[in-house]
Structure formats: structure tokens, C-alpha cells
Design a binder for this molecule. Structure first.
Ligand code: CMP
Length: 358
């Protein structure tokens, strides 16, 4: 296997052969393949990395490769016959694309671009064909996918508002979230326990139940753990991403400039008054006299600098706790964290789901 990158990207997870095999095995399409077939597939393919926004294959061009998404997601759109940038679908990890041209020899039916930084396994059409000839189940699975996609394209071409709805979900940052807090409106009893529990734990509620509505689901204002978070650009190094993905504000470093709050497109970061003076650790003159301590001994780093009037706060998925307060205190389990691509059944399925309620 070769590792190629035609677009420099900064943050990429490189994968060894064994974990790549495991990853393919976890994709429903390839899960039936024998260990030898998987090994063969991995060895003959190239792992390629694309930066968000770059085009992987272009509508109308000939192509002799198919791709499997290993990390990240791609956007599929058409731009011909009067359709300007009509988004057909967003495809996440475990999906394939490029299979149509690779199998038919016709030009690419759509443009596929990296929606996030993405890692794909590129398979040559000869190897892809060999695999399909060896495994009839896989061949049938691919045929079904192609049929569904062709149908979907026809539907979207007939009614471009389907594409607009999909783009609206993208604009609201719903699809690109790595993890999304949702409230199932079929089971929510509006008791507000989630918000109260958040406030009890953190001092201020970091969660607002009144967020974006999609059918049957409310998406509260809470951190979306974006793939590429713009809030992390902080001149004071006061906002960090933990290795486990959570994004948190370091109070001691926050100067209350509101830069992150302005940058966050989803209004997840709020500016709140710093804790009132009586809640701060104060120099205690009596105990200092008794212990012979100096004033400076009793100062926290916070006390040494001028305290900002406001601090940024945001949901950090209860980083450092063993549970999340909002979800753990919901009596009906209506609020929970989901992977949006999985929860909405990939956006290829989301369109019909949304239609049902419109
Ligand atoms: P291909 O035609 O080779 O190149 C563009 C790819 O976009 C195509 O293969 C499919 O993999 C994918 N594609 C085309 N139409 C759709 C659709 N309606 N939904 C999802 N993916 C699609």
C-alpha cells in the first residue's frame, strides 16, 4: 500500500495496515469479505488524504478508481445542465464513492469534494472489479447503492429544494459535528432538568434547550465538537481541545475578549460575569498572622493579574467528569449525544426522513 497526499494537510491520522483492515471490516459493505480478500484490497490500494474543500473527483471527467472513506466526510454535488452546486449527499466514514465511473466507464456523475479533512482508500477499477467478481454479495450491495444514488439524483434534480434543505443542515453545523447533543421531542417532557443539572455542576448553565429544530428533534445550543473548530484560534491560548475531543476554556488564561464567542458560528460560547468577589479565594489576614504567611503566598495565579469582568463559558461535555450532567439527569433519556451522520442515518437517508414531516 502506498500513502500519497496531493494536498498537504496538517492534522491527519495515519493508519497502519492492520487497523485499516479492521476499519474496512467494520464497514457494512466490506464486512463479509474474507481476511485474505481484505488484505488483498488494502495492499493493492492507496491511502490518500485530502484537505477540506479540495476536489477528489470532478463531474464529467473520466475516472478509473473508486474510493472508500476511512476518516472524515465528503460532499457530493452536481453542477451541470443548469444545476449550480446542487448538493446531492454528504457521505461519512464507511461509505464508498466513485464506483459508478469505475464500473461503467462513463464520466463521473457528480463532483465529490472533501467536506472535512478526509482520508480515503483509492482502489483501481481492475482491483475493484476483481473483488466484485469474487464476492457476489458485495456486487449486489454495490448495485443497490448505485441504483439508490441514481434515483436520489433524479429526485433532487426534479426538486432542488431537497438539496437546499440538506445545505441548511450543513449551514447550521448539524452534519459536520463530531458529536451532537440532541433532544428527542417525542420523549422530552420539558422539565428543564438537563439545564438545571448543567447549572448545578458548572455554576452557569452552558446549555440552552431552545436550539435548532429538525423534525422530532431539537438540537440545543451546546458544543458540537466540530471537526475543525474555529473557536480554537485564541491569542491567549485559553481554549483547548482535549485528546478525547472535548473543547474547554481554561479560566485562568481567559481574558474575556470574546474572540472565541464571536468566532463560534453556532453561538455555543457565552460571555458571563466573572465569579463575584465573595466567591474568590481571598487573602485571610487572621490565618496569615497566625501562620506567619505573606500575602503573596495566598494568591492564586488568578488573583495576581487583573481579573477580567467577563469570562467565556461553553459546554465542554463535562470534561473531567465520568458522565455528562444533562444526559444523566434526564428522566426520559430524551437528551443524548449522537454521531449526526449515524443518527440521521447518513444524509442520503435524511432527505426522505425530513420530507415525512414537511
Ligand atoms: P462516480 O460517478 O464515479 O463519481 C461521482 C460519485 O458520486 C459517483 O460515482 C457516486 O459514487 C457518487 N454519487 C453520485 N450520485 C450520488 C447521489 N445521488 N448520492 C450519493 N452519492 C452519489
Amino acid at each position: 500500500m502506498r500513502l500519497t497526499s496531493n494536498m498537504e494537510i496538517q492534522k491527519v491520522k495515519t493508519i497502519d495496515l492492520e487497523s485499516l483492515k479492521q476499519k474496512l471490516n467494520s464497514m457494512s459493505l466490506f464486512s463479509q469479505l474474507s481476511s485474505d480478500d481484505l488484505k488483498g484490497l488494502v495492499e493493492k490500494s492507496s491511502l490518500r488524504q485530502f484537505k477540506a474543500g479540495s476536489v477528489i473527483c470532478r463531474e464529467g471527467e473520466y475516472g478509473d478508481t473508486a474510493f472508500a472513506i476511512i476518516n472524515g466526510s465528503v460532499e457530493v454535488s452536481i453542477n451541470t445542465a443548469g444545476y449550480k452546486n446542487l448538493t446531492l449527499a454528504l457521505l461519512g466514514e464507511g461509505n464508498i464513492f466513485g464506483e459508478m465511473a469505475a464500473l461503467s466507464g462513463y464520466p463521473r456523475s457528480a463532483t465529490v469534494s472533501a467536506f472535512t479533512n478526509v482520508e480515503v482508500l483509492q482502489v483501481l477499477k481492475e482491483d475493484f472489479n476483481m473483488l466484485l467478481n469474487a464476492d457476489s454479495k458485495l456486487a449486489e450491495g454495490i448495485e443497490d447503492i448505485i441504483m439508490e444514488r441514481k434515483l436520489r439524483t433524479l429526485k433532487v434534480q426534479k426538486d432542488p429544494s431537497k438539496s437546499e434543505r440538506l445545505q441548511a443542515l450543513v449551514e447550521k453545523g448539524i452534519i459536520q459535528a463530531e458529536s451532537l447533543l440532541i433532544i428527542d421531542l417525542k420523549t422530552c417532557i420539558h422539565c428543564n432538568n438537563c439545564v438545571d443539572a448543567c447549572e448545578d455542576r458548572h455554576g452557569y448553565p452552558r446549555l440552552d434547550r431552545r436550539g435548532t429544530r429538525v423534525p422530532d428533534v431539537s438540537i440545543p445550543v451546546a458544543c458540537r465538537l466540530c471537526h475543525d473548530p474555529v473557536c480554537l484560534i485564541c491569542n491567549f491560548d485559553a481554549i483547548k481541545r482535549a485528546p478525547t475531543g472535548e473543547i474547554n476554556i481554561i479560566d485562568d488564561k481567559c481574558v474575556g475578549c470574546a474572540g472565541c464567542a464571536i468566532r463560534c458560528p453556532y453561538n455555543v460560547i457565552q460571555m458571563v460575569p466573572s465569579k463575584p468577589e465573595h466567591e474568590l479565594k481571598k487573602f485571610n489576614i487572621i490565618s496569615a498572622l497566625l501562620k506567619g504567611a505573606k500575602e503573596s503566598d495566598n494568591k492564586t495565579p488568578k488573583d495576581r493579574k487583573i481579573k477580567p469582568k467577563h469570562l467565556a463559558i461553553k459546554c465542554d461535555n463535562c470534561l473531567g467528569y465520568h458522565d455528562t450532567a444533562c444526559t444523566n439527569n434526564c428522566p426520559t433519556y430524551a437528551i443524548r449525544w449522537v454521531n449526526p451522520m449515524e443518527y440521521f442515518g447518513d444524509t442520503e437517508d435524511l432527505i426522505p426522513k425530513m420530507e415525512k414531516y414537511q
